[in-house]
Design a protein around this ligand. Structure first.
Ligand code: PLP
Length: 393
């Protein structure tokens, strides 16, 4: 079906940060398949894990024990501080699990019709519940009737959220991305997550963090809540978890960790041996190569570089980021830059209309980072110059 406005471009091979198209042209991927291939393309450890497991056993069903799934659950709990895991195949499914878990938990506390507070400009997926939770009207358009049980609050505004907590007696959880990805790489004020944790504790709510985009080392720590002292009750993951092999996870701790019982939720493919082996290989590679720390250092180099090159340029509103999640906000819509970057053999993305979004692989080297800085900066300069010429004409 016609669901994607695709570029007229086909890739047939990838290695590290590089992709080759069907004409043999090489591109630097500063997007990682939208925060997915954190280890770069065709990482040998993931390829080996997938091939070995596929040669042994692909699928048995969740009605039997799956050793790789148990190992992955334990490993994820170790690195996140959570206590239990449910596995699925995508970010939307991980968030669906979080929403269902929240509702079940609320019913057990006699909240008959529980609500979840979610954020404006958020993105949580395309299923009916997750698109309702999403704070972007374009994504919801035409899909009414939407799901009941969600109330939207402005992002990064604790006062409004406190008002919602006070007035909504049936509120059961607050759900948010610690940094909004699709919403334009929006980084909240220091203390925002801690403020949300306090509200959750005061009003007896579950705190759900959607780290589908920010997780697995992208921001310079395994998960971006680890930059603060805050622990969520529910954590959702996907994207970078399998480095391109589809897998999602909903992790929980405390009472939420024990809410699902046999029959509450399920997935035929979720947590299959091949996907779990891929994710285990991702985790061990990130540990072995110290890639969280590398992402922090490379991300800072990118931010510093862009600030040096673009800071005082009229038309550049803000340059922000955390680790390898970087946004350059321009004064006007700049979707055209994606095609111009392709001509320069660089993959980037524009989100929220006017924010250049860069999500390069965690393995990006210093020299690859400097190519990204030079290429993007000159494209932005040309773009802004062309605009001011247009205005003069
Ligand atoms: N949550 C966040 C924060 C995302 O960025 C995305 C995808 O972009 C999703 C959820 C949905 O993930 P998926 O496309 O795997 O369903």
């Amino acid at each position: 079906m016609n669901t994607y406005a695709r570029q007229n471009l086909t890739f047939e091979r990838g290695e590290g940060v590089w992709l080759w198209d069907t004409h043999g042209e090489r591109y630097l991927d500063a997007l990682s398949g939208i925060a997915v291939c954190g280890l770069g393309h065709s990482h040998p450890a993931v390829t080996q894990a997938v091939c070995e497991q596929a040669g042994k056993l692909v699928h048995t069903s969740n009605i039997y024990n799956i050793a790789a799934q148990t190992q992955l659950a334990e490993r994820l709990c170790e690195i996140s501080g959570m206590q239990s895991a449910f596995f699925c195949n995508s970010g939307a499914e991980a968030n669906e699990a979080a929403i269902k878990l929240t509702r079940l938990h609320a019913h057990s506390r006699r909240i008959e019709e529980p609500w979840i507070a979610v954020m404006e400009q958020s993105f949580h997926g395309r299923t009916l519940a997750t698109l309702t939770a999403t704070g972007n009207s374009k994504i919801k358009h035409g899909f009414a009737p939407l799901m009941p049980g969600f109330v939207h609050a402005p992002y990064n505004d604790l006062a409004v959220l406190e008002g919602i907590c006070t007035s909504h007696r049936k509120l059961a959880a607050i759900m948010l991305e610690p940094i909004q990805g699709e919403g334009g790489i929006r980084i909240p004020d220091k203390g925002y997550l801690a403020g949300i944790r306090k509200l959750c504790d005061r009003f007896n709510l579950l705190m759900i963090l959607d780290e589908v985009q920010t997780g697995m080392g992208r921001t310079g720590k395994w998960f971006s809540y680890q930059h603060s002292e805050v622990m969520p009750d529910i954590l959702t993951l996907a994207k970078g978890l399998g480095n391109g092999f589809p897998i999602g996870a909903c992790l929980a701790r405390g009472k939420a960790a024990e809410t699902f019982v046999p029959g509450s939720h399920g997935s035929t493919f979720g947590g299959n041996p091949v996907a779990c082996r891929a994710a285990l290989a991702v985790i061990e590679t990130i540990v072995g190569q110290n890639l969280c720390a590398q992402a922090a250092v490379t991300g800072k180099a990118l931010l510093d570089g862009f600030r040096q090159q673009l800071k005082d340029l009229p038309g550049v509103i803000d340059i922000r980021g955390m680790g390898l999640m970087i946004g350059i906000e321009l004064a006007r819509d700049c979707g055209a830059l994606v095609g111009q970057a392709l001509e320069a053999r660089l993959l980037i993305n524009v989100t929220a209309g006017n924010v250049i979004r860069l999500l390069p692989p965690l393995i990006t080297s210093e020299s690859e980072a400097s190519t990204i800085i030079q290429t993007v900066s000159s494209l932005v300069r040309e773009f802004i110059q062309a605009e001011s010429l247009e205005l003069r004409i």
